[in-house]
Design a protein around this ligand. Structure first.
Ligand code: HEC
Length: 269
């Protein structure tokens, strides 16, 4: 009986171990022609490595990091002024960040064995490391919370999402002041980290939001807005992965704009 219990506990422990994210031990950095692979140790001995203090919204506290400025990390790559950098995490969370924004204000934080970071808040058993994109706040520049990408595995220079996925675009007949444009911007920055739309995108954690159905076709408008603020306010289960968004990360106007863009993209009835 005890042996059976131990066996069962062993299996449960093995499943638990297999499910905990295996963190990247190296970071891949690529442009359209070359790919380089760096270990944390290599990056930490780079002459550009230094320490900075960051007001960190993920850890919700001030943190000191060993970093390399993104401008230094990307210095030998071919990056056009309109290019984006696709930042992919070990769990396939994948966000496209304008390369110019990244070079102007972001750093790659590197965790050291000598000074490990705290575990991520919210009961996680992992830190944000070993590679994590952090940002220095600059007045007038709004950094989407999705751009603080942790458990980073790869940085790849690519075309802008507008160029890669023209089907997402808003028609020229829609006035520039219409919130549908903002909806597209916020959808690309926030939602596409996990979702694709009619096949467009690199997100793999969540369902495609156009195929087979667009959520505006099966959600009551008010329920969809509630869901986007906090999925658990509509449905709640232990393995649920979609995060809630604070007003700071996604304003009520952003949510309205995203829903307007989704509705604009839904097949006309
Ligand atoms: C960190 C990843 C992540 C982000 C960011 C994210 N989602 Fe999700 N979303 C998911 C996952 C995973 C699911 C599947 C359900 C689950 O496990 O939570 C989901 C489910 C959904 C659903 C389906 C609900 C249903 O029951 O049919 C909708 C609609 C949705 N997301 C919209 C959005 C929109 C719009 C955004 C941007 C504001 C967004 N999501 C951002 C991961 C994410």
């Amino acid at each position: 009986m005890i042996r059976l219990l131990l066996l069962v506990l062993g299996i449960v422990a093995a499943i638990g171990a297999a499910r905990s994210p295996s963190l990247a031990q190296s970071l891949e950095v690529a442009d359209r022609g070359t790919t380089k692979t760096f270990t944390a140790a290599q990056l930490l001995t780079d002459k550009a490595a230094r320490s900075i203090v960051i007001a960190d919204p993920v850890y919700k506290r001030t943190m000191t990091y060993r970093v390399i400025a993104m401008a230094d990390l990307l210095r030998d790559l071919k990056v056009g002024s309109d290019d984006y950098v696709q930042a992919r995490a070990v769990d396939n969370f994948s966000v496209a960040i304008p390369a110019a924004l990244l070079k102007a204000g972001a750093f790659l934080a590197i965790e050291t064995a000598a000074a490990p970071w705290p575990k991520l808040p919210g009961g996680s058993n992992a830190t944000a490391g070993p590679f994590y994109i952090v940002w220095q706040r600059r007045p007038g520049i709004d950094i989407s919370s999705e751009y603080w990408a942790y458990h980073l595995a790869a940085l790849t220079v690519t075309d802008s999402p507008a160029k890669r996925w023209p089907d997402l675009a808003v028609g020229v007949d829609i006035p520039a002041t219409d919130r549908i444009h903002r909806g597209l911007d916020r959808f690309v920055a926030v939602c596409m980290a996990c979702h694709r739309f009619a096949g467009a995108g690199e997100g793999m954690q969540g369902p495609d939001l156009a195929r087979p159905m667009n959520p505006v076709d099966y959600f009551q408008p008010e329920a969809l807005r509630k869901f986007l603020r906090d999925p658990k306010s509509v449905r709640d289960w232990p393995e649920q992965k979609m995060p809630a968004f604070s007003e700071e990360m996604l304003s009520a106007a952003d949510i309205d704009a995203i829903v307007a863009w989704l509705a604009y993209k839904a097949p006309r009835r």
